[in-house]
Design a protein. Structure first.
Length: 298
């Protein structure tokens, strides 16, 4: 059975997920606020540039009105962390009473924000390391095949099957919180430095002082995770961050992309969150605090 699936967001990952789900026959709707993105999606569909340079387009329904997608059984939340509160309000109108919203966002606090509006039984948690670069409104390039991890939830069965059929490398885990913090370690180490220095992920490894800062950011975040009693999915946070930078060497981080186009970043939910959680536990996080303030000033 082909599911009707709602994507909340019109950015890089939302466009990628929409294209792949539509490609295998699912009816895909996209709910957003970006006018140029919505216009392009309506006119041209969700367009994806594959690794071999081939461009393909797939039909989607794109709207800024939650009433047009009312009764959605499944929703993937792929907006920036600072847009989560607005997305929760839209989903309050769009999501079916027995519907389920799956957040695949960066940073901390997204699930909790959604749960306040939708209730705990209508929100599920996941994390993805899949990369995507927005080339223009409604046009995305695959930036590296990562893993899509979903926290165990029996109600997600049909959506899980749809994502597997759409060629996502999917795994189901007992505790996604470990992976959320694991990704936070990586994001805190890589994203702000690429945004501040205007470089690709791989270039962070070529300068000893920058590499040292990268390691300090990862170590600070891992220390805060330990204080939160989170068991990270890797034993060495510095090596893990460097390994991701090496594997995604040519990629421009999402934060760099945001800064380059003058958009608001997710620094509050990444380095800002690490700093605030650190304060709660009496842990100093000077590198995260500095990046939080510097990227914020940009």
């Amino acid at each position: 059975m082909k599911e009707d699936i709602l994507l909340v967001g019109t950015g890089a990952l939302a466009t990628l997920f929409a294209a792949r789900l539509s490609a295998v026959g699912h009816s895909v709707s996209m709910l957003g606020t970006w006018r140029d993105g919505l216009k392009s999606l309506r006119q041209n569909g969700a367009r994806i540039v594959e690794s071999d340079g081939t461009e393909r387009a797939f039909p989607v329904l794109a709207t800024d009105d939650p009433n047009e997608v009312r009764g959605a059984k499944y929703a993937l939340v792929l907006v920036k962390s600072w847009q989560t509160e607005r997305a929760a309000g839209q989903l309050r109108d769009a999501l079916a009473e027995d519907g389920l919203a799956l957040t695949l966002q960066n940073g901390l606090g997204n699930r909790e924000t959604l749960m306040r509006d939708l209730g705990p039984d209508r929100v599920s948690l996941g994390v993805t390391t899949t990369g995507a670069t927005l080339l223009g409104p409604g046009l995305v390039k695959v930036g590296g095949e990562g893993i899509l991890s979903l926290e165990q939830n029996q109600a997600l069965g049909p959506l899980e099957a749809a994502l597997r059929a759409s060629n996502f490398n999917l795994q189901v885990v007992d505790d996604a919180q470990s992976l959320i913090w694991g990704k936070l370690v990586i994001n805190a180490a890589i994203n702000p430095l690429t945004a501040l220095l205007q470089v690709t992920n791989g270039e962070l490894l070529s300068q000893p002082n920058v590499r040292k800062m990268m390691g300090a950011l990862a170590s600070e975040t891992a220390e805060v995770a330990e204080a939160e009693h989170v068991h990270l999915p890797f034993s060495n946070p510095v090596s893990a961050a460097e390994d991701v930078a090496r594997k995604t060497a040519r990629n421009y981080s999402s934060m760099f992309q945001d800064v380059r186009r003058g958009a608001r970043t997710e620094i509050d939910a990444i380095c800002g969150a690490v700093t605030k959680y650190g304060e709660m536990h009496g842990i100093r996080t000077p590198y995260n605090r500095a990046c939080w303030q510097l990227v914020g000033a940009m």
